[in-house]
Design a protein. Structure first.
Length: 428
């Protein structure tokens, strides 16, 4: 070996040592991995963040480790055709939904460095996300004001939330007449919508923002957003009053879809992040105004076997078909999301255990009759479901999901293609 080659080798060794030192001392989690997810190098911060998700305590493959909390990673990597670049930036990974110790939400960025190398960056953003939620409420208020006023209904509410004054815009947007005066503002919501204490939200935060389905006088629904804000009391007037602004979103952005940050890349449903945000909001409402709340977890039976036998394209087609079936089975007021590899979650506000179990059974029976066609092959599949309900006085999202997961595990253990249910606090 020549002196030049020895010097070059020593230089490369020094560079490698410097890189290793950087990886291990970096204040964020860093993982170097292969395109199939196999971990080549991982620093202590990443190991600490990921170990609670590790199967059998082993961190061998990042995609396998995160498959139940970030199932879209494999799809994102396989769909990224560029030789290098950012695959995803700041993807939120929800570890669980409770308020326990340790990280609850991780931010994951994935960069393709070359044909055979990926780098993942992980950080705990639990507290940051809490602050972002409040900022989004502010943004929604400003965006609504800047988007034009021709599609607004304006109404004044008394201290109890009753519409106390008629405005022509109410008729223009909703079709209601002056007879709606004296009715609670919930009269504009669909019959199956969860009732929330919007006035309390407005008093606490300065306004209450909501987006979803609203109802016209003829019973038809439209996608809209509403803001309720307290009105400063006149001098000598002790009674509270509020202003409600209801906006019809269908006229201005009828082609809008879920934000990419909240959407599962494969199925188009809400993702795990959106599901937990909705669940936490529902629990906050539940604390103020207890009402039945249920959760359903649905798993495609023998999904890995389907992929092994028919290929990944069949697996993707099955998941898309199941996503469509779940959407068809549930109400517009329910929150539906892909929360795991072959797992879907449904949050059902204002729904008790018996009603949730009934709709889960209807979904199971319907899926059993369906087939998925892929490249001339017919794939039959079934699902198992776990149902859990939150009793009055408890508002723990983690406990609700834990019981739904336990019910799902029982359904699988008892032969699959079945529905099991539990109530939070049920020790079975």
């Amino acid at each position: 070996m020549t002196a030049v080659s020895r010097d070059a080798g020593a230089h490369l060794a020094a560079e490698h040592e410097a890189l290793m030192q950087f990886l291990y001392l970096a204040p964020v989690g860093l993982v170097q991995l292969a395109p199939d997810g196999d971990i080549v190098m991982i620093n202590p911060v990443s190991a600490q963040l990921l170990m609670p998700l590790a199967h059998d305590g082993c961190l061998n493959n990042l995609f396998d480790t995160l498959r139940n909390v970030a199932p879209e990673l494999r799809t994102l990597v396989s769909a990224f055709a560029a030789p290098s670049g950012m695959i995803c930036d700041g993807l939120h990974v929800h570890l669980h939904g409770g308020d326990g110790a340790g990280p609850q939400i991780l931010a994951l960025s994935l960069v393709k460095l070359g044909a055979g190398r990926l780098m993942a960056v992980l950080s705990d953003i639990t507290l940051q996300v809490r602050r972002e939620r409040q900022l989004r409420r502010s943004d929604a208020w400003l965006n609504a004001l800047l988007a034009g006023s021709t599609d607004y209904a304006l109404a004044s509410l008394d201290g109890a939330g009753r519409i106390d004054r008629w405005h022509d815009s109410i008729g223009r947007v909703t079709g209601h007449t002056g007879t709606i005066v004296g009715q609670p503002y919930e009269a504009l919501l669909p019959a199956d919508a969860a009732q929330a204490d919007r006035l309390h939200d407005a008093d606490t935060h300065g306004w209450s923002f909501d987006e979803g389905l609203y109802t016209r006088a003829d019973g038809s629904s439209f996608r809209g957003s509403s803001i309720i804000a307290p009105v400063p009391a006149a001098e000598g007037d002790a009674e509270r009053a509020y202003c409600l602004v209801l906006r019809d979103l269908t006229a201005c952005d009828s082609g809008a879809t879920i934000s990419p940050l909240l959407q599962d890349a494969l199925t188009g449903l809400a993702n795990r992040r959106a599901f937990f945000e909705a669940a936490q909001l529902e629990m906050a409402r539940h604390r103020r105004q207890p009402r039945p709340t249920s959760m359903i977890l649905v798993d495609a039976d023998h999904f890995d076997g389907v992929v092994a036998r028919y290929g990944s394209a069949a697996g993707d087609a099955l998941l898309c078909a199941l996503a469509q079936a779940v959407q068809t089975a549930f109400r517009g007021a329910d929150v539906i999301a892909r929360v795991g590899d072959a797992r879907f979650g449904v949050l059902l506000p204002a729904t008790n255990l018996a009603a949730a179990t009934q709709v889960a059974e209807r979904l199971r029976a319907g899926v059993q009759q369906e087939v998925v066609e892929v490249d001339g092959q017919t794939v039959h599949y079934t699902v198992s479901a776990g149902v859990a309900a939150m009793p009055d006085g408890l508002t723990d999202v983690e406990a609700l999901m834990r019981q739904a997961d336990a019910a799902l595990a029982s359904a699988v253990a008892n032969g699959r293609n079945r529905v099991e249910h539990r109530e939070v606090g049920d020790g079975r």
